[in-house]
Design a protein around this ligand. Sequence first.
Ligand code: ZN
Length: 309
Amino acid sequence: MESIGHKKEKELLGRLIKSDRIPHAILFSGPQKIGKKKVAIEFVKSIFCNNREKGWGFCSECYSCRNIDSNSIPDFNLITTEEDSKEIKIEQIKNLQDKFSLTSFSGGYKAGIIDNAHLMNIHAQNSFLKTLEEPKGKTIIILVTDRPDSLLPTIFSRVQNIKFSILPKDEIEKHLKVLGASEKESKEISAISSGQIGKAIDYYAIPEKKEWFDQIMLDINILKTANLGKRFQYSKEKSENYEELIEILEAWERYFRKELILRIIKPDNKEYSAQRLKSIIKKIEKSKYLIENTNSSKKLVLDELMMEL
Ligand SMILES: [Zn+2]
C-alpha cells in the first residue's frame, strides 16, 4: 500500500527528479510515525523505476520497485540499527561509502536511506560528513529522523531539509476505513493518534496497543488523585522502557491538551485551572526533552513530573 498524505512534499520531490536536480543529500525531518521512511523509499522507487515518466511515481512491478522494498538491489541500501545495537555504527557508513565508490549496477543512480539518522554515533556521523564533503557521481542519500537537532550542525548545514508534518485527522480516518475499520472505530482511533498514521495503524491492527493506550488513560485518572508514594511507584515501573516512556509522555501531553481545550470551552469545571494545565503541559514537554536528549535519570525526571500532577 502506498504512503498516505504528504502531497506537497511528494510534488517537490517529483519536480527534483523531473528536472534532474536531485540533491546529493536530503534530510526528511518531522514527527515519528507519520510515514517519512515510507515516502523516502517511494522517492527512491520513483528515481529507479523505468516504467514511469520522470517525476513522482512508480509501477510497483518492475525489478527495481519490487526489490527496493526488500533492500535487495545492489544500487540501493537501507541503513538502520543492527538488531543487537542501539546505534548506527561507523562500519555501516563505511560500507555504504564502499558501495557508492563502485560503478552503478543499473547505470543510473545509487541511493541510500539512513533511517533514524540521529542514531548514528559520533564516529558514524563524522565518517558520514566525509561522504557529504566529497560527493561521488550520481549518488543520493536520504537521512530520515524525528530528531534533526541530534545531527552534527556540519551535517545539518550540508543537506536539503524537507520537513514533514502530522497528517490531518480526516485523512487518517479515511485510511482506517480503507483498511476495514468501522466509522466509529476510525473516528475513535484517529482522535487519539495525534496525526501519526503509523500509530493509528498500530492501534487498529494490534488490539493490545489500543488496550495499552486505554490503560495509560486510566492510569492518568488514578494518578491524579493518588498519593506521592503511588506516583513514585508508577514512575519506577514506567522508567525502565525508553520507547514506552516516550509514548506515555506523548499520550499524557495529548490528554492534558484536550483537558485545556475543554477548560477553555467550559471554564466552570474546576478540577484543574487552565493555568495549571498549561504548566503541566510545559512540564511534560520538558520531561520528554530531557529524556530524549540528555543522560538525565528517567526515574528522576518522571518523579519530578509526578509531583506536578
Ligand atoms: Zn517500477
